[in-house]
Ligand binder design. Sequence first.
Ligand code: PLP
Length: 475
Amino acid sequence: MEPATDPLRYRQVADHIRAQMGHGLLRPGDRLPSVRRLAATLRMSVSTVVQGYALLQDERVIESRPQSGFYVRELRAHPPPPAMSRPVARPTAVSISQLAVQVVQASDRPGVIQMGTALPRTDFPAVRRLHAQLATLARRPDPRLSSYDIPPGYAGLRQQIARRAVDAGLMIDPDELVITTGCQEALLLSLRTVARAGDTVVVESPTFYGTLQAIESLGLKALEIPTDPRTGISLEALQLALEQWRVAACLLTPSFSNPLGSCMDDQRKQALVQMLEEAGVPLIEDDIYADLYFDGTRPRAAKAWDRSGNVLLCSSLSKTLDPGLRIGWVAAGRHREAVTHLKLVSSMASATLPARAAAAYLEGPGHDRHLQLVRRLYREQRDRLLEQVARQLPGSRITCPPGGLVAWLELPAGVDAMTLYSESMASGLSIAPGPLFSATGRYRRFIRLNYAAVDHEGLVRALAILGRLAARSGV
Ligand SMILES: Cc1ncc(COP(=O)(O)O)c(C=O)c1O
């Protein structure tokens, strides 16, 4: 039988490893003793050693590599981030759909290392629990499961979403929520509610291509605003744009934007909400990545400062749990009725069974633990990506996102993102080329990389491919 765990003994495990590092017995890149071996050496329980290793992981002293064990982290200076973006300063019609469809369709080609889409990892126990929940429900002879889940959608799910929204600083009435088919539909319905063909919508630059495609499909124009890779959209530039142009809506991802990973702080979110309220411009807030923060606590949603119902907050379970579920929602503020009506006429309802299964899953106790695990893994992967970029792509710049799944990389001089995209696809690696993220074909020196869905070996191979191709075409 293993000895009982003393709540503080795990610190001795961490001290023991640190001491070995201090004496040069464990160096960066070295493998640590297995948990069982160290437990036997220190005469401690396995769970104590696991806790000790978890502490060192949190302190970013060591890292775990799937199926391989724990390693001392290799410390390299991270490459610098790209500068503030400088997009074209006028509303522009969008036409990126062809390229977007091409990149998305290539995303499930077998044998390709997938870093081109923003898909999360899904091989988690929580996802298996959710699927078991679906199977259990599907076996139940319940006629309600074969009926339309009429908008605003299943009350039990709306209640769970409202309960969890407290972490975002929100007190949402479940009746304000409309269930949608993923966040993409939530964004599209929100845009259709507040803008008409020919209108102008403000976006960050660069911005998620799904947003640009939604704008394109509705015949709207995009007005890209300079955005800082760390602090998000420039409020000064936004103020000027609001004075110069008639803007129908502002569609932003204030917490961990895609592709930059930028995050606005509370003060700037509050100022944003106030500025748009005064200008009479609705804010469509895409909050899909906010639960995936790597440090501190969950960033608050901008909607937390909304006093007049001017903010339509859109999100989903796609990045945190399972994109195949297609569960999304919008807290539509004063636009709730209009959004509900549009949802009804667009698709009648979202699928009934996933909504019930998601509600049952969220009612259970495991989602917070799942999120903790996911955040730790993704942060490790982000760090590995930055290390590999420093090692294999000298001369490049890359964002260091404090949350989310993706980073934005500025290629070394002379490397063209579209050429690199074709060549890397031919070499078995998918990436997202920069021009996908702009209405005006900018960012030919940039690519977006997903660090979350790829394993450690895949990451090393991917950066080796990029390094080789960039060295061939760089100046
Ligand atoms: C910023 C952002 N919003 C929305 C979506 C779409 O999410 P969903 O799969 O829930 O429709 C994505 C997917 O990549 C995204 O990155």
